[in-house]
Structure formats: structure tokens, C-alpha cells
Design a protein around this ligand. Structure first.
Ligand code: ADP
Length: 521
């Protein structure tokens, strides 16, 4: 595999920059050997396997070391790519957007700095994973519950910065973030909100502080390196029960979403539920070949048989009830009434249905971290995925329109539709997993092209994505084109002001520094 140089760098210029970094961090913490940097490549490459490769990686241990790294980088124009744990699978993993950038791996900064039982919050460094904080809470018999994403091996900071989601009432991760510490490209360190006031004890209690609020600006951006964040933790509920509602027909999607919206809006369903398609759930049971030996999309007749055999629907909704018995019973009766008009809908509590997905979702909605969702990768040999992730209004009409678009384009590309809707209060993240054989260059190219087509056609219908793989960051940025791209121009103005040398994660979310703008890298 090749180890690309950063743009405009010669081998000797890179060596001299790395020597300065060795002086600052100690030689042990500057990695350049192939065996050491292999893990910083895209785990599911859609381009050549070594396309999104770093030239090196550095592993700082303190905020001061990060300040030193950015000063060295700024002085010689060395591009950096900070990651927390780099488990951002399906969205490039640990790989840099700019080939040749130096990874700043923050996994050694893994302290849980504070947990407040009284106020329900934690203050953590970037290397702290969801597993770590969960285990810490368990060890201390905490009365607090952590919201976890599908795969809990990633970092709390990394997931929050990407605006990831979980599934409890605290599932919108940016909304439960409170207080941040950030190193800027010039080496300055800021604390946001109340954290700027020396001696303050409200940094993790009140987000806004005084004056402009900057925290969201450091998410899905390349304006700073985040070294601490506060997150809120929910008190453990008095009781809990996960459930599944199965829907027998594809078109039930529309009716269901229209009945669901009022329950999310008024808080009857106060957490983040999911609505998953048949094949996504089938993939948790067995590989595709076990259901259908042929190539091309699985035919409808087979899908119907799978649905019968597995005892699940064409769509399956996963929710949970939180609170004391009486509250759960009352909430459940409202939920059942709302959906009981859908012919053939099945209502199942966890423990009363053999679905492995229900068992996994029950853990996740209870804030118990696990890696079981990873099972879906066995759908294909050498399974990988990239995600087409448009935001849909929470209406049946929009959900069906997005579903039909994704399904039809997947079928034309010979693939199965494997999607789910993650239901926010007013919108849904529609995550379409475009599965592919990572060992096949044809499949990789076809999958990338499929994602491109979907982005374009969705944009023509007024839909945009919430997150994307590095290979398509520019494409999505270009679809947010109001007033000739004024939003991206604003990001570029901020980038130029905060990072004039353009060293922090060039190209992330389509935001390039001035000297690389339009370079097509
Ligand atoms: P996770 O392991 O939780 O999935 P990652 O570490 O892969 O998260 O981070 C996802 C993305 O967020 C990275 O690719 C990077 O662009 C950005 N990021 C992560 N951590 C930081 C950080 N501490 N400061 C700035 N950006 C970060």
C-alpha cells in the first residue's frame, strides 16, 4: 500500500515536520510504519484501498501537546486529521479526508474527568468510549443511564461531533452536549459557555453562557480539535419494557409514519425509535445466501417467505416504554390504539418474540452498549457498507417517496434495499445501507455510483443528507446550494479566519482551505 505525501510536500519536508513532532511528543508517539498506519485507512473502501491514507499518525497525551502539534503544523502547512477513536465505520473510519494528512489520534486522552450523580452529567476526553463510560457507571452503582449508539466501541466525543444518534430519550447526541474545550489552529484553547468563567461550576449545566454560542460550530466541521465535552445523562427510569411492532406490507410504511408523528410530537413516544426494513433485520439472522442463493435483488416472493419464516414484518418498529408500571401501561395503550388500525400489525414485547434484533434493540434502548448490530455485515462476503442518509419529514408521503427512490435505484444496481428510519421529533434520518463486497473493485465502483445517483435524485426532490462518507463530502456540500452556495461560503470565511494555513482536516464536509479550494483532491 502506498503512503501518500501531503499535497505540496516533498519527502524531506515531511521528514523534517515529523522530526519536529517527534521532538514535541517523543518518537514513540509518531507512527510512520505501514503496520502502524494501516488501521487509519477506510475499513470499507469504495475507492482504492489506500486512497484515503495518512502519511503518519501522532498520538498526543495532553492538551499542551495538541497545542504544540497545531503550532508545528501551522508553521509548515502540514495537514492534520484529528480523530477520537476512529470507529466512524461506513463514513470512512479513521481515514483522513485529504490523502497524506497526519492523523492526530486522541485515544490516549481517555479520562472520565467527572460524573455528577446530582445533576446527571459527565465530562470526558476524546478517547473515552461508550463502553468505558458505561462500565464506569456500573462500577460506581450509578443511578444514571448512558445513551449509546448502535455500535458502542466508538468515542463519545467523536460521535457527538459527527452529530450521531442513540435511541433513549437522550438519543439526539448534540442536544445533550453541554460545554466543550477546543484547541484552535493557532494553539489557543477555549472553553465554551460557562466554562470560560474561571471558577464556574455551571459549565455542564447551562449550554449558552454569555454571548455567541460556538459549540455546534465545532461539529461536522474542521475549525478546531475538541479535547473535552460534557454530556447529560438520564436518571435510570423506574421501569423499562422494549417492544416491536411488525408491519406486513411495504406500503404500511406510509400509514405507520403518519400515525407515529403525533406521538413523537406530543412526547407519548419520548425516545428515538427506529423503523427497520425486512432485509436489515434478516441480516442479523443469516447471510443473504441463506435466504436467496441467486444474484440480483431478492424477489418479492422470497421476501414474503422470509417475512413469514422469521415472524417479522416488511417493516419492524422498535420502541421502548420507560417509567413506573402505571405510566408504561397507560403509554402502551395509547401506542397500541394508534397503530391497531393497520391490518395485520403485530405487537410484541421483548422476551415474547425470538427476533435477535428485538433483543439487541432492547439493550440499546436501555443504554446497554454492545456490538451486535455489526452482524449485518455478514450479508455479503467481505461485507462493507457506505450509507446514503437523507433526512425525511416525518410524513408517510415523504417516507414512501424516499423508500421507493432508494429501493428502485438499489434494484437497478442489483442490490437489496436495506434501510431504516431513525425517528426524531419532526424528521427521520433515513439510513440506507449500501452493502458491498469490499474485495470487488466493480462492486465498489458500482456502490459509489449508486450513492452519487441517490444524492442527486434526492436533492432534485428537496432532500439532503445529514452525514456522508469522505468520498462524497463535496457532492453533498454542493447540494446545499441556496443563494449560490452561501452556506459553504460562510464556512470557508470562518475556515480562513480560524485556520489561515488550512491545516485542520482539509476538505471535511466540503470545507477546503483557500489554497486547496477547487483542487479536486
Ligand atoms: P467514533 O470513533 O466515535 O465513530 P471518530 O473518532 O471516528 O468517532 O470521529 C468521527 C469524526 O469526527 C472524525 O473523522 C473527525 O473528522 C471528527 N473528530 C473526531 N474527534 C475529533 C476531535 N476530538 N476534534 C475534532 N474533530 C474530531
Amino acid at each position: 500500500m502506498t503512503r501518500p505525501l501531503p499535497p505540496n510536500f516533498s519527502e524531506s519536508e515531511l521528514t523534517s515536520a515529523l522530526d519536529s513532532l517527534r521532538e514535541a511528543l517523543g518518537a514513540t508517539w509518531v507512527l510512520t510504519e505501514e503496520s502502524e498506519i494501516a488501521s487509519y485507512r477506510d475499513p470499507f473502501p469504495v475507492l482504492e484501498a489506500d486512497h484515503f491514507s495518512p502519511s503518519a499518525a501522532v498520538l498526543p497525551h495532553t492538551v499542551e501537546e495538541i497545542q504544540e502539534i497545531v503550532r508545528i503544523a501551522t508553521s509548515c502547512g502540514l495537514p492534520l486529521s484529528p480523530i477520537s477513536t476512529g470507529k466512524n465505520l461506513g463514513f470512512g473510519g479513521a481515514a483522513p479526508r485529504l490523502p497524506g494528512a497526519v492523523i492526530v489520534d486522541l485515544k490516549r486522552m481517555n479520562r472520565i474527568l467527572e460524573v455528577s450523580e446530582k445533576f446527571g452529567y459527565a465530562l470526558v476526553e476524546p478517547g473515552v468510549t461508550y463502553f468505558d463510560l458505561y462500565q464506569h457507571l456500573q462500577r460506581h452503582n450509578s443511578g444514571l443511564m448512558l445513551d449509546v449508539p448502535d455500535l458502542a466501541w466508538g468515542s463519545i466525543v467523536g460521535n457527538t461531533l459527527e452529530r450521531g444518534v442513540g435511541y433513549t430519550p437522550y438519543g439526539d447526541h448534540l442536544s445533550i452536549q453541554c460545554g466543550m474545550e477546543v484547541v484552535l489552529a493557532d494553539g489557543d484553547v477555549i472553553r465554551t459557555g460557562m466554562g470560560a468563567l474561571p471558577g464556574s461550576n455551571t459549565w455542564q449545566l447551562f449550554k449558552y453562557g454569555y454571548g455567541p454560542q460556538f459549540d455546534p460550530m465545532f461539529t461536522q466541521s474542521n475549525f478546531g480539535i475538541v479535547t473535552k465535552i460534557g454530556i447529560w445523562l438520564m436518571p435510570r427510569p423506574a421501569g423499562y419494557q422494549a417492544y416491536m411492532i411488525t408491519l406486513p406490507r411495504e406500503e404500511d410504511l406510509g400509514t405507520f409514519v403518519d400515525a407515529l408523528r403525533p406521538l413523537r410530537l406530543d412526547g407519548t413516544i419520548a425516545h428515538v425509535p427506529t423503523l427497520r426494513s425486512l432485509f436489515l433485520d434478516a441480516a442479523a439472522v443469516a447471510p443473504r445466501s441463506a435466504f436467496h442463493p441467486g444474484t440480483g435483488p431478492i424477489p418479492d416472493s422470497v421476501a414474503r417467505r422470509m417475512s413469514d419464516d422469521l415472524g417479522i414484518g416488511r417493516w419492524n418498529f422498535y420502541g421502548a416504554l420507560y417509567g413506573p408500571d402505571a405510566v408504561r401501561a397507560a403509554t402502551w395503550s395509547v401506542i397500541r390504539d394508534a397503530f391497531s388500525g393497520i391490518p395485520g400489525a403485530g405487537f410484541h414485547f421483548e422476551g415474547e418474540h425470538p427476533s435477535p434484533v428485538l433483543a439487541t434493540r432492547a439493550k440499546i434502548m436501555a443504554g446497554v452498549p454492545n456490538l451486535e448490530t455489526y452482524d449485518i455485515l455478514r450479508w455479503h462476503d467481505n461485507g462493507g457498507h457506505i450509507d446514503f442518509a437523507p433526512v425525511s419529514p416525518a410524513t408517510g408521503e415523504d417516507a414512501l417517496r424516499q423508500y421507493e427512490l432508494a429501493r428502485d435505484r438499489c434494484h437497478e444496481a442489483g442490490k437489496d434495499y436495506m434501510g431504516n428510519f431513525i425517528v426524531g421529533r419532526r424528521e427521520m434520518h433515513h439510513i440506507c445501507m449500501l452493502m458491498f463486497d469490499t474485495a470487488s473493485s466493480e462492486d465498489r465502483a458500482a456502490t459509489l455510483q449508486l450513492c452519487r445517483t441517490l444524492i442527486k435524485e434526492a436533492a432534485d426532490l428537496g432532500y439532503g443528507e445529514y452525514r456522508v462518507h469522505p468520498a462524497l463530502m463535496d457532492e453533498i456540500a454542493a447540494t446545499f446550494s441556496y443563494h449560490d452556495g452561501s452556506l459553504l461560503r460562510l464556512s470557508e470565511k470562518i475556515k480562513d479566519a480560524l485556520d489561515p494555513a488550512g491545516v485542520l482536516t482539509p476538505g471535511k464536509q466540503g470545507i477546503w482551505p483557500r489554497h486547496l479550494r477547487g483542487s479536486g483532491l
